[in-house]
Design a protein around this ligand. Structure first.
Ligand SMILES: C[S@@+](CC[C@H](N)C(=O)[O-])C[C@H]1O[C@@H](n2cnc3c(N)ncnc32)[C@H](O)[C@@H]1O
Length: 229
């Protein structure tokens, strides 16, 4: 499969915004196909693990087309979504409160949410230290964060199968249904994702504790939960 050079950090935010604007009309259908529909169960698990009471406010950072927002609302929570891409927001189907903005500079007051969810977006951000400080700033003390991200399976046999699927089949299917460049970028973007230990250190430095990491989808994805001090 052809490899494109990854955008530099300076170019990344503009590249990512343009890419999600382009793929937004077909984002949901490709996502369900790629994860065999398992992604919704993983999101549900993140919402459950937030452990929040009804009516508490939750910010879904990089909300995209709104899958997390819908689940949060159906759990009687009060969700708000923020995303960089106007295209993704236009195709958001959650009927919840939406704001265009960047995770690097969240357009919300300090301590305004009891929870944050963030699905499949961490590797798309630049300056993760800034993002995690922003998460901490907008959360109340004791607030919960739940991150869902791709991962590399630990088992070598599963890893080999997953590599063929993720590096070859996903770009092929995504290219046929949606946008070839974007779905070639998807597996490559994993290079931007720091190992869990590094993410944990960055989050701890921003004021989070009580980390729990769970592998899901045979190790193809991970859930990271933590609490704001
Ligand atoms: C792979 S999609 C995930 C969407 C959604 N969270 C989900 O679970 O399906 C990544 C999202 O991150 C958004 N994004 C990327 N960089 C961002 C940033 N700096 N601030 C806010 N959103 C960003 C993109 O626009 C896109 O909607």
């Amino acid at each position: 499969m052809k490899q494109d050079p990854l955008p530099s950090i300076a170019e990344k935010q503009t590249f990512v915004q343009g890419m999600f604007d382009r793929i937004s009309p077909r984002y949901d259908v490709v996502n369900r196909l790629m994860t065999f529909g398992l992604d919704q169960g993983w999101r549900r698990e993140v919402v459950r693990r937030l452990g929040l009471a009804p009516s508490q406010r939750v910010l879904d950072v990089a909300c995209g087309t709104g899958d997390f927002l819908k689940l949060l609302r159906s759990s009687a929570l009060e969700p708000t979504g923020v995303d960089l891409s106007f295209g993704m927001l236009k195709h958001n189907h959650s009927e919840t409160s939406l704001v265009q903005g960047s995770a690097l500079n969240l357009p919300f007051r300090d301590s305004s949410f009891s929870g944050i969810t963030c699905g499949f977006a961490v590797r798309n951000f630049t300056e993760l230290n800034v993002v995690f400080s922003e998460f901490a700033r907008v959360l109340t003390s004791g607030g919960r964060v739940g991150i869902l991200e791709v991962a590399t399976p630990a088992n070598p046999i599963i890893r080999a199968g997953h590599s063929v699927y993720f590096n070859h089949l996903v770009p092929l299917i995504g290219g046929l249904i949606s946008d070839q460049t974007a779905y070639r970028y998807l597996p490559q973007s994993v290079e931007y994702l720091p190992p869990y230990e590094e993410l944990q250190t960055m989050m701890a430095n921003s004021g989070f504790y009580g980390f729990e990491r769970t592998s899901v989808g045979l190790g193809a994805a991970q859930i990271i939960m933590a609490t704001r001090s």
